[in-house]
Write a protein that binds this ligand. Structure first.
Ligand code: ARG
Length: 466
């Protein structure tokens, strides 16, 4: 085990209080930035060499040392990171580098501060993480489409106010969640653009006095542009808030999906069955099969939302520029990234373990006056103003409720008692098939439109990311 020396010891005579040292330490969590920090350091080394600050030999020794660290970290277990004294990932990398590259390693921090360094490492790390999140979101979209296509004819009661409203195709329901995730991926792409800006070269706060080529560093690290203002560059954490917000909407969508499925899996609804792979039992009640996977997705949305507020509160009222408060951004951002990706993956797994109980769902979609709007539309087609049709059908529903019969179960003569515009063809108009088929404008649930929407959704998955 090697030990790291303080990066700022010179000005100090006294020892750091041990409890404060522990409190101050971020290495326990920011070690996750190790690889990003080394990548940033490699680019900084090259820029110092090109600026003539480092000789070719020195730069080569640093480069070799940093690359050795990368392979050591990849090859060795967690013990590589055993370092009680390392204050943070930056001190750790520098200490290990000096062990390997000697004096050359001591020159790497020229023209750089941990302030632009940490902002750079966090942005590099988050950029990869956003890509992984977007691809997990795509995975959930694929699972939704697969499920929709394997139950192409399934019908479900659609709800408003959780009261039966109108029948919809099950695939239409799947595509609603597909749309939410499509927006999420788009949003993550927009956040990525603002993450993808290079702070390095801003140094502590005022900018660097060495003639470095910041554009070159940006290109080397794959950043789209360099940060325009050094004060802003070292203190900007908007991108953390943005990422957590975009992730929160993902979680809100997954949570709604979870809630729908939890309800549909109850004995009372019984539209879907969840396989054993994603359910758990009760320690007391032998008959129970609980939708824990979905409940956890719903529950974990809470912590992601919480991180948005934590991050906003963290930056509110901070004077320019860097303040140590900002070290608190890491755990929030790490947890958001882990939680949202795990939740997307678990949701995709759940969707591959859902069976639709088509007969039961279809029965439910045919009962409860779900064709009352069809009846009103039928009367409108025969010339009755919609408001009058609505009123007449409302009275038919009351009559049906009293007799315990659905609208299509009433005799023609009974129906004609409410409007003489009604004739024999009304039964055809009230059928489930006709009810669905009539919703044939763009965005509607008619089988033809839904088939097109499924094909378009498939094709959109193959389109390059925006
Ligand atoms: N561990 C610190 C953080 O995460 C790194 C930057 C420290 N900079 C400083 N001047 N103390 O924010």
């Amino acid at each position: 085990m090697s030990e790291s020396k303080k990066l700022w010891g010179g000005r100090f005579r006294g020892e750091t209080d041990p409890a404060f040292a522990r409190y101050n330490r971020s290495f326990g969590f920011d070690r996750r930035l190790f690889e990003a920090d080394v990548r940033g350091s490699l680019a900084h080394c090259e820029s110092l060499r090109a600026a003539g600050v480092l000789g070719d030999d020195e730069a080569a020794r640093i480069r070799q040392g940093l690359n050795t660290l990368l392979s050591q970290a990849a090859e060795r277990d967690e013990s590589f990171f055993d370092d009680e004294a390392a204050e943070d990932v930056h001190s750790f990398v520098e200490a290990r580098l000096v062990e390997l590259a000697g004096d050359a390693g001591r020159k790497l921090h020229t023209g750089r501060s941990r302030n632009d360094q940490v902002a750079t490492a966090l942005r590099l790390w988050l950029r990869d993480e956003i890509d992984r999140t977007a691809s997990a979101a795509r995975g959930a979209q694929v699972a939704l489409l697969d499920l929709a296509e394997s139950h192409a004819d399934a019908v479900l009661p659609g709800y408003t106010h959780l009261q039966r409203a109108q029948p919809v195709l099950f695939a239409h329901w799947c595509l609603a969640y597909f749309e939410m995730l499509a927006r999420d991926r788009e949003r993550l792409g927009e956040v990525r653009r603002r993450v993808n800006v290079l702070p390095l070269g801003s140094a502590a706060l005022a900018g660097t006095s060495y003639p470095v080529d910041r554009e070159g560093v940006a290109r080397a690290l794959g950043f789209e542009r360099v940060a325009r203002n050094s004060l802003d560059a070292v203190s900007d954490r908007d991108f953390c808030v943005e990422f957590a917000s975009a992730a929160s909407l993902v979680m809100a969508h997954l949570s709604r999906l979870a809630e729908d499925l939890i309800i549909y899996a109850t004995t009372e609804f019984g539209f879907v069955e969840l396989s054993d792979a994603i359910s758990t039992g009760s320690s007391l009640m032998p008959q129970k099969k609980n939708p824990d996977a979905l409940e956890l997705v719903r529950g974990k949305s809470a912590r992601v939302f919480g991180h948005v507020l934590a991050l906003l509160t963290l930056i509110k009222g901070l004077p320019l520029t860097y303040n140590k408060d900002m070290q608190e951004d890491k755990e929030a951002v790490f947890d958001v990234a882990d939680t949202v990706r795990d939740s997307l993956e678990v949701t995709a797994t759940v969707l591959r373990n859902v069976r639709v109980r088509e007969a039961r769902a279809r029965d439910a979609a045919s009962l409860g006056y779900m064709n009352a709007t069809e009846m009103a539309d039928y009367l409108v087609r025969r010339g009755l103003p919609f408001r009058e049709a609505h009123e007449a059908v409302g009275r038919m529903v009351l009559y049906g409720l009293e007799k315990g019969l659905e609208l299509h179960e009433l005799e023609l003569e009974e129906l004609r008692g409410f409007s003489t515009l009604i004739s024999e063809d009304v039964y055809e108009a009230l059928s489930l098939e006709q009810t669905l088929a009539s919703k044939s404008q763009t965005g509607g649930t008619s089988p033809a439109r839904v088939r097109e929407a499924l094909a378009a959704a498939r094709a959109s998955l193959d389109a390059p990311e925006s």
